[in-house]
Design a protein around this ligand. Structure first.
Ligand code: AMP
Length: 218
């Protein structure tokens, strides 16, 4: 199965992606993770990306499309979960074109819906393990031991773009540039749109999402 996971920053895309990509045997490609790795490598491309990422702005489409097209082509196996891409209508059109060339299509776009006022609280409490990438929340999903990863004991860190000011900027970017992608899919019918309520606890969201995906499998 090939799906696009969408939703505002802090909707729980990363947490849900970890669970469903395992269960449905999909390669999980997170544009944010790929770009953060590029940034951490200190490459010229990564340094350019960081200028946008640290300000809560979108990386320009031509860079994004180039990097993600390569990652999709190199992804192993049949199943694919795109997380964080496409995030603008031009990116969605570029993805449609690339898939059509390879005679492929996405089965659905799953949108996790969460109101803005919940997002800020969620994101500012978000922490992750710098070694294995596991995600936590200081209040809703704390580690067993104070600020250390349950798996490898690493000290948890906060993303540099998870501060309140940057979150508000990322939310306004989401409404202006990414919500039109959902409208584009609904209008053009290239990808089926499934909306999931992202406000319950992660386990319940996961259950609802699994049910929705199983209905796609038929
Ligand atoms: P994320 O982890 O998905 O919230 O992404 C972190 C940051 O990476 C975003 O705030 C953007 O600056 C950048 N980014 C990730 N995916 C995209 C995309 N598809 N288009 C443009 N910028 C992106």
């Amino acid at each position: 199965m090939k799906i696009i996971l969408m939703g505002p920053p802090g909707a729980g895309k990363g947490t849900q992606a970890e669970r469903i990509s395992d269960q449905f045997n999909m390669t999980h490609l997170s544009s944010g993770d790929i770009f953060r790795a590029e940034k951490a490598s200190g490459s010229e491309l990564g340094t350019k990306m960081a200028e946008y990422m640290d300000a809560g702005k979108l990386v320009p489409d031509e860079i994004v499309v180039q990097v993600m097209a390569k990652a999709i082509r190199e992804a192993e196996g049949e199943g694919l979960l795109l997380d964080g891409f496409p995030r603008t209508v031009p990116q969605a059109k570029a993805l449609d074109e690339q898939l059509a060339k390879d005679n492929l299509s996405m089965d659905a776009s799953v949108v996790i819906v969460v109101p803005d006022d919940m997002i800020v609280e969620r994101i500012t409490g978000r922490r992750s393990c710098p070694k294995c990438g596991k995600l936590y929340h200081v209040k809703y999903m704390p580690p067993q031991e104070d600020m250390k990863c349950d798996i490898d004991g690493e000290q948890l860190v906060q993303r540099s773009d998870d501060t309140e000011d940057v979150v508000r900027q990322r939310l306004s970017t989401y409404h202006a540039q990414t919500q039109p992608v959902i409208a584009y899919y609904k209008e053009n019918d290239t990808v089926k749109v499934l909306e999931i309520d992202g406000t319950p606890r992660p386990d319940e969201v996961a259950r609802n999402m699994v049910q929705a995906l199983k209905s796609l499998e038929g």
